[in-house]
Ligand binder design. Structure first.
Ligand SMILES: NC(=O)c1ccc[n+]([C@@H]2O[C@H](COP(=O)([O-])OP(=O)(O)OC[C@H]3O[C@@H](n4cnc5c(N)ncnc54)[C@H](OP(=O)(O)O)[C@@H]3O)[C@@H](O)[C@H]2O)c1
Length: 234
C-alpha cells in the first residue's frame, strides 16, 4: 500500500473517511472526492477534490496518472413502506448507488488500467441478500450494484479486480437516525448474531483487504461484513 495511489469517492464521511485515513496511515496516497471537504485535512497523503456524482456528465479534476485502487462509497438508506415509495425514490437510489459508480469507474478506468494490480471496491448492503421491511428501493439499487460487480469483474479480468462489501447497520452519519437513542442502539446490537452493530473500522478493514495483494485471487465477490446477520441464526 505504501506509495501506491488510491481514489476514495465519498471519502469525506463515515466508512469512506475511515478507509481514506487507514490507507494514508499505511503510507498510501489518497485522492478523496465528495461534495463536502474532509474536516481535518492535515495529512499530506490526502488530497481532496469536490465532486457530485449525481451531476450529469462528470467533469473530474485532479485524476491521478496511475490508480492502484478505487473505492466508491456514496449510498443511501431510504427506508419507507413500499406503498409510499415513488418512482423518484427508486430512481434517486439507483442514481447514487449504481449510475454514480458507473460514471466514476468509466472516468477512472484509464488510470486504473495503467496499474498492474488495480482493485475496485463498491458498497452493497445486507438488504440486497436478506429481505427486510421498508428496504425495497435500496435493496433494488444494491442488487444492481452486485450485478455490476460480477459483470465488471468478468470484463476487466485479469487486469482489474472488482468486489463489493455488503455491510449491515454501521455507525456513520448515514445511519444516524437508526442509532439515535439508547433503545435503538440496544435493539440494533441485539439483532446481529455477533451482538453489536458495525463500526466504520469494520468496513474499512474489509476494504483495505480487498484493495491489498492479500486478496489478489479474489474477484467478483460480495463480502458480507454484517455481524453474521445475512447467514447465521442463533
Ligand atoms: N452505514 C450503514 O449502516 C450502511 C449499511 C449498509 C450499506 N451501507 C453502504 O455503505 C456505503 C457508505 O456508507 P456510509 O454510511 O459511510 O455513508 P455516509 O456517512 O453518508 O458517507 C457517504 C460518503 O459519500 C459522499 N457522497 C454522498 N453523496 C454524494 C454525491 N452525490 N457525490 C459525491 N459524493 C457523495 C458523502 O460526502 P458528501 O455528502 O460530502 O458528498 C460521504 O463522503 C454506502 O454505499 C451505503 O449505502 C452503509
Amino acid at each position: 500500500m505504501k506509495n501506491k495511489t488510491y481514489v476514495v469517492v465519498g471519502g469525506s464521511s463515515g466508512i469512506g473517511l475511515e478507509i481514506s485515513g487507514k490507507i494514508a496511515q499505511n503510507g498510501g496516497i489518497v485522492y478523496v472526492y465528495a461534495r463536502n471537504s474532509i474536516e481535518s485535512e492535515d495529512n499530506t497523503n490526502l488530497h481532496f477534490t469536490p465532486l457530485d456524482v449525481t451531476s450529469g456528465e462528470l467533469e473530474i479534476e485532479n485524476i491521478p496518472e496511475i490508480i492502484d485502487g478505487l473505492v466508491y462509497c456514496p449510498g443511501t438508506i431510504n427506508l419507507k413502506p413500499f406503498r409510499r415509495l415513488t418512482e423518484e425514490d427508486f430512481l434517486n437510489d439507483y442514481k447514487i448507488n449504481v449510475t454514480g459508480a458507473v460514471k466514476v469507474i468509466q472516468k477512472f478506468y484509464p488510470a486504473l488500467r495503467k496499474s498492474n494490480h488495480a482493485s475496485i471496491v463498491l458498497f452493497s448492503s445486507v438488504a440486497a441478500k436478506t429481505g427486510m421491511n421498508f428496504h425495497s428501493s435500496i435493496a433494488a439499487a444494491k442488487g444492481a450494484v452486485e450485478g455490476l460487480v460480477r459483470s465488471l469483474a468478468a470484463e476487466f479480468s485479469p487486469a482489474i479486480r472488482v468486489n463489493a462489501i455488503a455491510p449491515s447497520l454501521t455507525n456513520t452519519p448515514l445511519a444516524a437516525t437508526l442509532l439515535s437513542s439508547d433503545a435503538k442502539q440496544k435493539s440494533s446490537a441485539e439483532m446481529h448474531p455477533l451482538k453489536r452493530y458495525g463500526q466504520p473500522g469494520d468496513q474499512a478493514d474489509a476494504a483495505l483487504f480487498l484493495l491489498s495483494p492479500a486478496s489478489s485471487w479474489i474477484t467478483g465477490q460480495i463480502l458480507a461484513v454484517d455481524g453474521g446477520l445475512s447467514s447465521v441464526r442463533v
